[in-house]
Design a protein. Structure first.
Length: 145
């Protein structure tokens, strides 16, 4: 079943959060949120406005997804990940825990970003690239094969 922000807004509320009736997890939807099928939302997930989430996506506890961001299908977002505004993340991407993706960045299909790594504003990570843990990709950089 796909969801949108209106579906989530119908869930019970507690302290400014909407509570998933199946899991009890707290979720904060933004306006214009579109969520695909078979999506798993961790506790404390927050979405900005105009976010699109593909099918078969997992969002870990405490993940924050910024305004106008798109996550493709099959994406795994670890706990405490922060994704900025206007970010595009391709299909089958893995983001480790505590990753930071800057505003306007792009992560290509099948890429993997290791734990605690930071992708700068406007940076581009090409398809299939594997970034190790604790790596900083500067603003505007291109990571390619």
């Amino acid at each position: 079943m796909s969801l949108n922000e209106n579906d989530i807004r119908e869930w019970p509320r507690a302290g400014g959060w909407h509570l998933d009736p199946q899991t009890g997890h707290r979720v904060r939807p933004g306006d214009g949120l579109e969520i695909g099928d078979r999506v798993t939302l961790g506790d404390g997930v927050s979405f900005g406005d105009g976010v699109t989430i593909g099918d078969a996506v997992t969002l870990g506890d405490g993940a924050v997804i910024g305004d106008g961001t798109t996550l493709g299908s099959g994406v795994h977002v670890g706990p405490n990940v922060r994704v900025g505004d206007g970010v595009t993340i391709g299909n089958d991407v893995a983001l480790g825990s505590a990753v930071r993706i800057g505003d306007g960045a792009t992560v290509g299909d099948r890429a993997s970003i290791g734990q605690r790594s930071r992708i700068g504003d406007g940076a581009e990570v090409d398809a299939g690239i594997r970034i190790a843990d604790n790596v900083v990709v500067p603003d505007g950089a291109l990571v390619a094969l």
